[in-house]
Design a protein around this ligand. Sequence first.
Ligand SMILES: O=C(O)CCC(=O)C(=O)O
Length: 296
Amino acid sequence: MPDLAHIHHAVEEWSGHDPYAETLTEQQVADYWRDGFLIGVPVLTDAEVDRILADIDEVSDPGHEGREFWYEYNSDATSTGGTVQGIGGWRVRQSLHDLLWHPRITSAFAQIMNAAPRLLFDQLFLKPPGQSGVINWHQDYSYWTYSQPMNHVTCWVALDDADLSNGCVHYVPGSHKWELLQRPTKLMQDVGSIYEQLTPEQQAQFTPVPAEVKRGSVLFHHPLMIHGSHPNTSDRPRRGTTIHAMADGTRAAVDEPTIDGVPAWLMGGAGPFYPMTENPQGPLLEGTYFPLLRKV
Ligand SMILES: O=C(O)CCC(=O)C(=O)O
């Protein structure tokens, strides 16, 4: 099967959407900048979610076609503390690929960033029923400091109703205005190591809110937003997929691994992030692996 990274538009056009209609109201954009996140923007129909879930079921077989295109893929949740994580699914299955170009998502990116959005990477977070599935409190940008300047937005797409019982994402309102903190050593185990780094004032303001969201709706969050999630204690799955977008013109400024223990796709000559340099005017993140998602 072909590597879908070479196709920089939805293979199947999203019908019924004006590609340049604004998704967010002015108030929503202002809320995003005040709180650091937005909860529950409707995007996908049930049938569209079903297509994505069918593709996700297919790639849960470790021998699936296109396995070589993932940057990272671990379908065995028992070895990751309970969450199946995959990075690069847009290269592997059409539904994950086309999702990047959904007009309601790309328009919201452009509205929030006030720039044309490009893909940094996409990422699956699947919590099977009855397993732990903790995501430690973290700021996404602590993994991406090589990509500068910081003008990024993450869209988290709910593929199931996500609530307290199945481990929905939680946000700490206002924490995007705090400084960049150290990343946790273990992203998918423990919850709380970031807390020790907070000032007493920040600890007093550390009041996470659950981002409960309906299947087919999405969350948006700022790259410095502190977020994480608790175990899925229910008998239902909690599946989500994220699109991490950055403004067109972002450069790779630092040469360092950005995901603990998984440097190959970032560091190796064969990886899409190669070459990276210590030059803040380093190479533009563009080309095959960093497609433009929409013009301004
Ligand atoms: O799915 C989760 O629980 C965590 C998601 C996350 O860390 C992210 O979207 O950046």
